[in-house]
Design a protein around this ligand. Structure first.
Ligand code: HEC
Length: 111
């Protein structure tokens, strides 16, 4: 009996680990995927804007202090509402996706 409950517990712990791995991994990937699909043509895959569209618009590196010094709320608003040539993504992306992208932009700095 004792052995069986230890085994059940081990299976539960294992499944919880697998679940945590896939959910966190899935989120990180979806922000990266969204960025690649929607933002990279102007901002570049690494946010540096080192692509023809980015150069044309004279885009700032998303990892630069000018961008990073803005609050999460400001960056959320920027992505949702857009500005000049920057398209707004409200309605095209969910709030969670936009928040995920802000987190993703923050991640450009740490590399
Ligand atoms: C059509 C090209 C284009 C696409 C696509 C685009 N952007 Fe932009 N983005 C711009 C331009 C142009 C600006 C500068 C706007 C300004 O300040 O006048 C900008 C500015 C920004 C800024 C603010 C940086 C600053 O200068 O303060 C952020 C953050 C940003 N974009 C994120 C994103 C994200 C995230 C996506 C994808 C969901 C995206 N952009 C897609 C063109 C684009």
């Amino acid at each position: 009996m004792r052995n069986a409950s230890v085994r059940v517990l081990a299976v539960i712990v294992f499944l919880a680990g697998v679940f945590a791995f896939f959910t966190s991994n899935g989120q990180a990937q979806s922000a990266a995927e969204t960025c690649k699909a929607k933002c990279a043509m102007c901002h570049g895959a690494d946010g540096k804007g080192d692509v023809p569209m980015g150069k044309k618009f004279g885009l700032k590196d998303l990892a630069s202090p000018e961008v990073q010094s803005q609050t999460d709320a400001q960056l959320n608003e920027m992505i949702a509402k857009g500005k000049d040539k920057m398209p707004g993504y409200e309605g095209k992306l969910s709030k969670e996706q936009i928040t995920g992208l802000v987190g993703y932009i923050r991640g450009f700095v740490k590399k």
